[in-house]
Design a protein. Structure first.
Length: 133
């Protein structure tokens, strides 16, 4: 599933780069349903500080599911950023980072892609905070 996620995200990022934000949003919503069997709204309404406990305990998701969701939130943040929604983008970068950090702490497999995304998100959030001040 992680490999399938990579292919989906590359396609979504390609659409964002081309400026086809509407189609990118549709593809992203389809990815939530295909990979996690819930629509985007289900995950988006969960507060960042309750993501892991809600999904692991209440909905029986696995650490792999959380990593997939982290990738989808990352794509959501990029899409919102491209659409000029800075606050929404920041919210999804923060949720994505939280999930990536959780999987980093609980997964025994090192992933250079995960590490790159963590560093990129941290940098982007730092830049965003600096722009506000």
């Amino acid at each position: 599933m992680i490999e399938m996620l990579g292919d989906l995200l590359r396609a979504i990022f390609g659409l964002i780069t081309k400026g086809d934000l509407e189609l990118a949003g549709k593809e992203l919503n389809e990815a939530y349903l295909t990979l996690l069997r819930k629509d985007a709204g289900f995950f988006q309404q969960i507060p960042a500080d309750k993501l892991t406990t809600t999904l692991l305990a209440d909905h029986h998701y696995t650490h792999s599911h959380l990593e997939i969701l982290a990738g989808l939130f990352y794509a959501e943040a990029r899409l919102r950023e491209a659409a000029g929604n800075t606050a929404g983008s920041r919210e999804f970068y923060e949720k994505s980072l939280k999930l990536f950090m959780f999987t980093l702490d609980h997964d025994r497999t090192y992933s250079p892609e995960r590490q790159e995304k963590i560093e990129w998100i941290r940098k982007r959030l730092s830049e965003s905070r600096n722009m506000q001040t």
